[in-house]
Design a protein around this ligand. Structure first.
Ligand SMILES: O=P(O)(O)O[C@H]1O[C@H](CO)[C@@H](O)[C@H]1O
Ligand SMILES: O=c1cc[nH]c(=O)[nH]1
Length: 313
């Protein structure tokens, strides 16, 4: 339930409520305890407002190591006291996800694919709600396959789309399909594009991101254990995607966009392209090149956060 603000009426109060994280579940308020099972946190055993109440930026990405590196990187970038090497995994009681808090920034891993990120997002959004966080921006920092882009290009998503290039996410609830919009926050995407132009040698585009439920057949790869289509059919699908405005392909953006939108959270998706899918399917760049590519979304979002906090040079 939203707290009632004294001396705050009409549009001020509406604005205050708008900034809050809006869980859309009437049952939550009736529960004596909420156990965030996959985070190994609970409203009874942890003081969530004290632990997380000051969070303003949440960054999520597939890999646990990447999100730990990001926590250490943002620790240095924000020039916070303490040793970045000593960041502690708040979810160490479980190995499902990892979570690091660095000042106003939360860095969390979500694993691969829609089911994995969707479970994480249910618990994250409840966590932000229980902690009474306000004015939070969420970012997905990922890797992807580029569609007509050189490897290393960063894609800021304007719309996350499904396999038919529709800006929607379908969830099966009680045996029925529920469809939710996947539009992302235009203002945040524009701010990120502006940030990219302030960085040196930082190839960036804004475009649609296609979310699939598989890395191989689902993304039209010819190198999976199964393949039922020809090289020409693959290229035709990618050409159609490109014509529809798709610039990269990954596996979480639609549910991320849809859940954030329903809960009143501003959100952005920033993924680096590891390869150009018109040129192949295997990821052949050397390890050090891939590590540098993966850092690009982190560098961009770090610049955004520093600007928002008034810390940018
Ligand atoms: O780099 P991350 O964040 O894991 O994202 C992309 O990489 C994984 C596939 O290799 C999928 O999860 C896809 O969305
Ligand atoms: O091609 C790619 C590369 C990274 N992640 C994906 O989902 N697809």
């Amino acid at each position: 339930m939203a707290p009632i603000l004294l001396n705050c009426t009409g549009s001020d109060h509406q604005e205050y409520i708008k900034q809050q994280v809006q869980v859309k579940n009437p049952y939550l308020d009736t529960m004596e305890e909420d156990i965030l099972y996959h985070f190994s946190l609970s409203t009874k055993t942890h003081n969530l407002p004290e632990m997380f109440g000051d969070i303003k930026f949440v960054c999520v990405g597939g890999s646990a190591n990447r999100m730990k590196s990001f926590a250490q990187f943002i620790h240095q970038e924000l020039k916070l006291p303490g040793n970045p090497e000593e960041v502690r995994d708040i979810c160490e009681g479980t190995d499902r996800y990892c979570m690091y808090k660095v000042g106003p920034v939360l860095s969390i891993s979500h694993g691969m694919g829609v089911p994995s990120i969707s479970i994480m997002l249910h618990e994250l959004i409840k966590l932000l709600h229980h902690a009474q966080c306000r004015d939070v921006v969420l970012f997905r920092l990922g890797t992807s396959g580029g569609v007509g882009l050189a490897p290393g290009t960063v894609v800021i998503t304007d719309k996350a789309v499904d396999y038919s290039f529709r800006p929607q996410f379908e969830q099966v609830v009680l045996g029925k399909v529920i469809t939710r919009s996947t539009e992302l926050d235009e203002g945040v995407a524009g701010e990120l594009l502006q940030c990219s132009s302030e960085l040196q040698n930082f190839p960036t585009v804004i475009g649609k991101t296609m979310c699939t439920h598989d890395f191989y057949e689902g993304q039209g790869r010819l190198d999976g254990a199964l393949c039922s289509f020809s090289h020409e059919e693959k290229l035709e699908y990618l050409r159609k995607a490109y014509e529809a405005g798709v610039r990269n392909i990954e596996m979480e953006s639609t549910v991320f966009a849809a859940m954030c939108r329903v809960c009143g959270l501003k959100a952005a998706v920033i993924c680096v392209a590891l390869l150009n899918r018109f040129e192949g399917d295997q990821i052949t760049s050397p390890h050090d090149v891939l590590v540098e590519y993966q850092q690009r979304p982190q560098v961009l979002v770090s610049h955004f956060i520093k600007k928002r906090l008034g810390l940018a040079a």
